[in-house]
Ligand binder design. Structure first.
Ligand SMILES: [Zn+2]
Length: 142
């Protein structure tokens, strides 16, 4: 496994896989990692969102949530869990739908689970239903 390249922020680093960058970590596209208390996650996978590899801003925000989850005892290496009482995530909704609707209704198309998995584990999966693109924001271009 490639050696850690430290960012100067505690717990925030990159592993340059097949990457020759040895300068500032923000100058390559390698993923950010977060590490605390012997736990290590790829920040974008854990938070189920894009974490810009060219700036530390978002990476530090996500890392802060990793640290908070570890402190709270709610840390799950599989991914960020929304705090209780907040909006349900798309990922969670998909799981519920699959168990309580698709299986009950006998929806057995082979590709269904794979397609839902792409949605649930992709960038949208971690979004809460109240902020997902189902209610698009107004854009300038129309
Ligand atoms: Zn790199």
């Amino acid at each position: 496994m490639p050696k850690r390249a430290s960012s100067g922020t505690k717990g925030l680093f990159k592993r340059h896989r097949g990457c020759t960058n040895r300068g500032p970590l923000t100058s390559c596209a390698c993923a950010w990692y977060g590490s605390i208390a012997a736990r290590e996650v790829t920040l974008s996978k854990w938070a189920r969102c894009t974490v810009d590899p060219h700036t530390k801003t978002v990476a530090i925000k996500v890392l802060t949530r990793v640290v908070a989850a570890v402190d709270d005892g709610t840390f799950d290496a599989a991914g960020e869990r929304p705090p209780l009482g907040t909006a349900e995530t798309l990922s969670h909704f998909i799981t519920e739908w699959q168990v309580h609707y698709a299986e009950v209704q006998g929806l057995t198309q082979n590709s269904l689970a794979a397609m839902l998995d792409v949605l649930a584990t992709g960038a949208l999966g971690g979004h809460s239903l109240s902020t997902s693109p189902a209610t698009p924001k107004k854009s300038n271009g129309g």
